[in-house]
Ligand binder design. Sequence first.
Ligand code: ADP
Length: 159
Amino acid sequence: MKIAIYPGSFDPVTKGHIDILQTAAGIFDKVIIAVAKNSEKQGFLPVEKRVELIKKSVKDLKNVEVDAFDGLTIYYAREKGAAVLIRGLRAVSDFEYEMQLSQANSALAPEIKTVFLTTKPKYNFISSSTIKEIFLNKGDISKFVPDAVNEYLQKSFEC
Ligand code: ADP
């Protein structure tokens, strides 16, 4: 059974993330999408809410699990028995950082391989920070995030 971990902040989860996840779910036996609890970064949404919104957005993907974790991603992946770490690439500018990260991870746990995936072109430019920027300036984010995220944000930030 090939298990893949898809780690990230998912603050909030976007249609870009879901697209990557759908592709991964079609390739691997099980995919765990895991929210990193990064104590240094003050998030937009609490980790528990991010997990809940991901769960609502992936309920049709039967081989996908949602989780949150502390500490190093690669050790979490090892603990879960994962063979693969999934990362997404949007632009050449992502490449250098992701390459370094994958090499550091490979030095720590050589048995776990990083696999890079890309989205459909229409989701390529989407990032959580762009979504936050649009939303906080009262723009329409419905095309870029799953319905659960859009509904939650509209409801919670109504004034
Ligand atoms: P992180 O804080 O680890 O970068 P994110 O939640 O921003 O976490 O993203 C998680 C992963 O998904 C990263 O590998 C990121 O490159 C990838 N990703 C996010 N949005 C897209 C997108 N639109 N296309 C391709 N990959 C994406």
